[in-house]
Design a protein around this ligand. Structure first.
Ligand SMILES: [Zn+2]
Ligand SMILES: [Zn+2]
Length: 157
């Protein structure tokens, strides 16, 4: 499952998934462009619609104990817990995506529409001002850095 940073549209790196309920998981993502953005965001992955019910009887259905998403970023069927494949993706906005999934368990074959949507920002992106400051510090020889710091503090009053 591929995700992009809501701030700069760079691919995001997935670093944690947590089960909330059988039909909902939360995902922590970090922008892959750590130097220029590095925003950390939380998304929710939830079952939006059961497109084709599971062939398994209700008492044989068993959702995945780790939730909809495995640690290897694999989507699992919300009915039987087995891995599912994404056969279509639709992005209504840049902070929400719909994934059409099909369960790979032949005894189940459920088709589920899951929705990935932005929840919150844990770490905001690096701003241009911060980036400029970093550039100035990088181009300043190490010996001058301490003086620069004092100069800036003096200027700030
Ligand atoms: Zn970003
Ligand atoms: Zn299934």
């Amino acid at each position: 499952m591929k995700t992009t940073c809501p701030y700069c549209k760079t691919d995001s790196v997935f670093y944690r998934a947590e089960k909330l309920t059988d039909t909902e998981s939360s995902l922590d993502l970090q922008c892959a462009d750590i130097k220029a953005c590095g925003a950390r965001t939380t998304y929710t992955l939830s079952v939006k619609k059961l497109l084709q019910p599971s062939r398994l009887p209700i008492d044989k259905q068993n959702p995945n104990p780790n939730g909809l998403l495995s640690s290897r970023q694999r989507i699992h069927c919300s009915c039987c817990g087995q891995p599912a494949v994404i056969y279509a993706r639709y992005n209504p906005t840049h902070i929400t995506s719909d994934f059409y999934t099909q369960c790979q368990n032949p005894a189940c074959q459920a088709r589920v529409l899951v929705d990935l949507s932005y929840q919150s920002t844990e770490l905001p992106p690096i701003t241009n001002v911060q980036l400029m400051a970093v550039q100035i510090i990088r181009t300043t020889p190490p010996k001058r850095r301490a003086e620069l710091q004092l100069d800036l503090l003096a200027m700030a009053g």
